[in-house]
Design a binder for this molecule. Structure first.
Ligand code: R5P
Length: 306
């Protein structure tokens, strides 16, 4: 569509490029740095300050941690991108945040906490977003707090299509109660009559220590464990261990957002997974599935034909 411009945020350059290609839209990079005092700087690489006037601007910036483990930096850059485009009078500001940091802080777990995801979404909206898109958010409910159109896109079909080529006699494990609907959707796309088994996970809110229970003879089965986020790898590693002990033939660890912090990859591999499969919501060595098509489809279905 004419007049669409994609801005590639510092954290989503590959995905933004794919989105721009599919939309056949102009793509503009960003320039970023951190000053010695830790303050961050971002500039959208335009020649004139009026280049966005009246334009439909789509910005892509994921908020997973950068190489130094800092996800707040990517959030600050995102707000700077939105603020700059708003100041330059774009007619639409569509904000795509493939992985939305803080989405797990969506309720009060202990007295005195802030529900920070609500604050973050308010900030994004206040800065000037006119539409908001994210993928497989931890709990969708929170998007209802936004007063602009807000979409949670479902990657289960594209993930299942990728995994379907690798497995035989498959069973899907969901590592906790919250992941059940997601795992069922995944299994439905994987094939007819694929069984979904839920493990019971408990995370101590003070120490973060995870315990998990689940058992089922999995002898000769290809086990797929599907979760939204693989962060420290603790949840996934526990589920892999149980599957391994139960006789699984092969184990596939599938995560929409493979944050893979610190030694998470090591944990998953030593627990016994055969493969780690993630999307390009986060740049990693495991991004086997691209979200570009589902994002473009959503943008197009919210665009008038010109
Ligand atoms: C929690 O409920 C999420 O769905 C994931 O299971 C969790 O965030 C994964 O985190 P970690 O890899 O650190 O265990």
């Amino acid at each position: 569509m004419k007049d669409q411009i994609v801005i590639a945020g510092p954290s989503s350059q590959k995905l933004a490029t794919k989105i721009a290609e599919l939309l056949q839209a102009r793509i503009i990079p960003t320039e970023n740095k951190v000053f010695p005092d830790g303050e961050c700087y971002l500039r959208i690489d335009v020649n004139e300050d009026n280049e966005f006037e009246g334009k439909d601007v789509i910005m892509v910036q994921t908020t997973g941690a950068n190489s130094t483990g800092d996800q707040n930096l990517h959030i600050t850059e995102l707000i700077m991108m939105i603020g700059a485009v708003k100041r330059m009078k774009a007619s639409k500001i569509r904000v795509i945040v493939p992985y939305l940091a803080y989405s797990r802080q969506d309720k009060v777990f202990r007295p005195g906490e802030c529900i920070f995801i609500e604050e973050l979404l308010r900030w994004i909206e206040k800065a000037g977003a006119t539409e908001f898109y994210t993928i497989d958010i931890h709990a969708e409910e929170v998007l209802k707090k936004m007063s602009i159109p807000a979409y949670n896109l479902d990657p289960m079909e594209v993930l299942a299509n990728n995994v379907a080529k690798k497995v035989n006699n498959a069973i899907v494990i969901c590592p906790d109660k919250g992941a059940y609907e997601r795992s069922r959707a995944f299994a439905k796309y994987l094939g007819k009559d694929i069984q979904v088994v839920q493990f019971e996970k408990h995370r101590d809110v003070k120490t973060g220590k995870i315990t998990m229970e689940g058992d089922l003879p999995m002898s000769g089965k290809d086990v797929i464990i599907a979760d939204d986020i693989i962060a420290t790898g603790g949840t996934m590693a526990k589920a892999i261990e149980i599957a391994k002990k139960s006789g699984a033939k092969a184990i596939y660890a599938v995560g929409t957002h493979p944050l893979l912090i610190k030694n998470a990859v090591f944990k998953l591999l030593t627990a016994g997974t055969n493969e780690i499969i993630g999307t390009d919501s986060i740049d990693s060595a495991f991004m086997q599935v691209s979200l570009a098509e589902i994002i473009v489809k959503a943008i197009q279905s919210n665009s008038s034909i010109e």
